[in-house]
Design a protein around this ligand. Sequence first.
Ligand code: BGC
Length: 636
Amino acid sequence: MLGSMNRCSRLLAIAFLMPFFLEPLSALEKPWLDTSKPVAERVTLLLAQMTLAEKTGQMVQAERGALQPGDVRTYGIGSVLSGGGSLPASNTPAGWIELVNRLQTESLNTRLGVPILYGIDAVHGHNNVYGATIFPHNLGLGAARDPELMEQIGRVTALEVAATGLNWTFAPCVAVVQDIRWGRTYESYGESRELQTLLTARLVQGLQGAQGTVDWLSGAHIVATAKHFLGDGGVLYETGEGSTTIDRGNVEIPLEQLKALHGQGYVEAIRAGVQTIMASFSSYQGVHMHANKALLTDWLKAPVASGGLGFGGFVIGDWDAMGLTSEVKGDYAAKVLNSFNAGVDMAMEQSNWRKVIEILLASVKNGSIGQARIDDAVRRILTVKFNAGLFEHPMATNQYSDQLGSAVNRAVAARAVKESLVLLKNDKKLLPLKPGAKVFVAGPMADNVGRQCGGWTLSWQGGFDRKVGKKVTRLTPGTTLLEGLQAQAKAGDGEIITDVARLAQASVAVIAVGETPYAEMQGDIQLGGKMTLDSPGRMSAGNREAIAQALDAGVPVVVVLVSGRPLVVTDELSKWGALVVAWLPGSEGAAIAEVLYGQEDFRGKLPVTWPRSVEDLPAAGSKTALFPYGFGLSLR
Ligand code: BGC
């Protein structure tokens, strides 16, 4: 209908349909606010009151920056997100709370007063927020293999998100990475179904609270998202979209294998009550997941009794992903419509949200989407909102604000750092470092909080500490390996040397090398890339020089690798005395030093196979690798 109208009458028609033009109901007219009724009944009562425009508004999520004042109210938008680095003017709990409450007030002033969910990528702690506790990225947590720790990390992350008044994180990523050239490798717990089974449910439980208890989605708990459904970690090299080599690519394994290897994280997340699942940018056998009805609707949402996963929450699209379903014939509207019909319930067409509403309205009118599909999507979205207690407590408060980045929270992160460390080589018992030793420390990753946090930290691609003269400004508060070593040496009457002129006085050198921060496709290894310490692309400048300088001086070297994945070290490993993998440890880098000095033993095990060369890739499960999956030494 709308398509055939001229612009003026179209705008008038949309205006007429919008929630803003209808009078707010009084509390007495809102029986769904009665908390003594079961959630399903409350949803039915509310749904029965909703106009089509009010329903379609719920089905879109807008980026904070793509909203004008009044839009949330005018269009009855279901959700707002902050993409990586999309921050309020004041990146503090107060700044976030003011932003959330401004938008929430608009939603409460619509006719029906349905609150918004505000989502963010709190994927290794509340990583967009200055001063938050930043945990190791998932691959390090896969090395730690500690379910109890996962629950604590979930709890702390939820608490810090609640400290800023937000109520939804797009985590955990339960990708099962098969090819470490994928730029999102570090977002995965590892290459096996075993790790997703072990870790996913406990993290979800930490974020949302335990289902069936009073904690469930109350207090400082938030809504979680398992992502990216399905098979994101199984994409094949050279199938990536656009400029990418692998990210957003295609998966080609048999269906049973796809479900068995890549589906387990979802089985676990659903078991723990995860409220939302994000569709993947990637494709399965040439069909984009946003267009994949067979997997989204006929498997994920189908009842368990008929072989499905029985997911009762809602499916959120990924960032502008609907329009990328190139196999769907027709224009943007056709692709968006097809995604909803395939089973996506809420679109993250973050700046096109208004257009998506128009498409939905027109499609219902011309019958290309059924009323039942709309009602199913909205029912799912409202169910999550009721479950999350949003109707009772829509407004953010500052009751948790002082807990952002607290010492208690950072102690959990420090523990995660220690447990994630993997010792791959330790010749002549070079480790542990002796308390009284003179230790030379260098390398681009030794003293930079930004680098050790990696991507998805303060901004999408991550960032660096800055040094002007002698003054260092950290990307976000935290401690580094160098600071940790200095503290240890001081306590043991040893000495840390950073002046190259005194290198020869040291009995051992600790050299921290690795990758520069990146996220998603920017981290893909380009065709021909070798993944060695000095390969062009994502490697930190000065890696090789820092190691060579110590070796040339005849000082035995402990290499600490700070990177989002294994790197190819085959040719130089024999020259190194010890090799420690620290992954991307986050804000508590000093904790690495405690293990290097032997206060605790190494206990991490490789969550991915370590290749000899890029020619071995994809290496998952390879028996001829440099180090097999599950490998890790200890000191004792
Ligand atoms: C990523 C998602 C993320 C979303 C919102 C996308 O680019 O694929 O993992 O949740 O952006 O920031």
